[in-house]
Write a protein that binds this ligand. Structure first.
Ligand code: DAH
Length: 333
């Protein structure tokens, strides 16, 4: 019986040593130590032994059991570690792999310039309002002191939809809408950006559709010197401190006096960037403001002109062609 136990020990330890998978170990445990296992069945023969032999064999069997248990446990731990190592190796992330680049868009240069101008005027207490691109002849012309036969209509060749409805030729129509809305006894301090349309042949400096920002201030005691201060602040903010500005007398039917405003550009010298003036008393009156009590100033800024000067763009058509090579240059604007 001793031999049987010893050879079982040798065989079981060798099998444990050779096991290379956790499942194999589990089977060995059942095979040798399980209820119907080999060690158990050897011990079942103990009854046939003499009284002296019984404790000797019993203690040998216990020794073998704990030795085998120990060996199985050690091997199990070892195999589990190997398995974990393998898993870690498989799941390893290669952080040096190039990432997935999600293309990020950027604001169109005109949108970016409008936003910049809005910020400047909001900083001076202006409110931003928007008007419709399809306008009435009434708001686009008549109420701005430009009657049907007025020669100023020739300067703004118009896309008419019907006799009375048109594509607005300037954002000045927003002046009338705002004043009517405010009701004739509230101060007005607004800018209004948007697209405008004229029947022009497109070339490097003309486009049948372009962008303006209108400005309007109406209150008691508004003066030309305030207009001057507001415009100079705007120009220095957008083109840099120290940028020179000059006002030239001009004519617009809706302002009196009227001016055209130039800035000094190092290469192009004096360049016109906007029209402005004191709101004509007729315009105030038509829109419900008593010109005896209220005065106002207005201005109209050409956005493309500003953007072209600011970023040295030589052809207005670049803005509308959506060529990515052009647009990508404004990523950080
Ligand atoms: N509406 C004019 C244009 O499109 C620009 C303009 C000039 C707007 C003088 C004004 C202004 O508000 O006061 O050419």
């Amino acid at each position: 019986m001793r031999e049987a136990l010893e050879s079982l020990r040798t065989e079981a330890l060798a099998a444990t040593e050779a096991a290379d998978q956790l499942e194999v170990l589990r089977d060995l445990k059942v095979k040798y130590l399980g209820k119907k296992g080999e060690l158990t069945s050897v011990l079942r023969g103990m009854g046939k032994l003499s009284a002296e032999e019984r404790p000797v064999i019993g203690s040998l069997a216990n020794e073998i059991r704990s030795q085998l248990e120990e060996a199985l446990k050690t091997k199990e731990t070892h195999l589990e570690e190997l398995q974990l190592d393998e898993k870690i190796r498989e799941e390893k992330l290669d952080v040096s792999l190039p990432g997935i680049v999600n293309p990020i868009g950027a604001a169109h240069p005109l949108a970016a310039v409008i936003e910049e101008i809005e910020d400047i005027f909001v900083g001076m207490g202006f409110e931003v309002v928007e008007g419709p691109e399809v306008e009435t002849d009434q708001f686009n012309f008549e109420m701005l002191n430009i009657p049907k036969d007025h020669p100023a209509r020739d300067m703004q060749d118009t896309f008419y939809i019907t006799d009375d409805i048109l594509l607005r030729t300037h954002t000045s129509a927003a002046q009338i809408r705002t004043m009517l809305e405010k009701g004739g006894n509230t101060a007005v301090r607004i800018i209004s950006p948007g697209k405008v349309y004229r029947r022009d042949d497109d070339d490097a400096t003309h486009s049948h559709q372009f962008t303006q920002i209108e400005g309007l201030v109406v209150d008691k005691g508004v003066s030309m010197s305030e207009l001057n201060g507001v415009l100079l602040t705007f120009i220095e903010k957008i083109f840099g401190a120290g940028t020179e500005m000059r006002l030239r007398p001009s004519y617009f039917p809706f302002t009196e006096p009227s001016v055209e405003v130039d800035i000094y550009h190092p290469e192009k010298e004096w360049v016109e960037i906007l029209g402005a003036g004191m709101v004509h008393p007729n315009v105030l009156a038509k829109a419900g403001y008593n010109p005896e009590r209220y005065t106002g100033f207005a201005f109209g800024i050409g956005i493309e002109r500003i953007a072209m000067l600011k970023y040295n763009i030589d052809d207005i058509r670049h803005f509308y062609q959506n060529d990515l090579r052009f647009l990508k240059q404004f990523r950080s604007v």
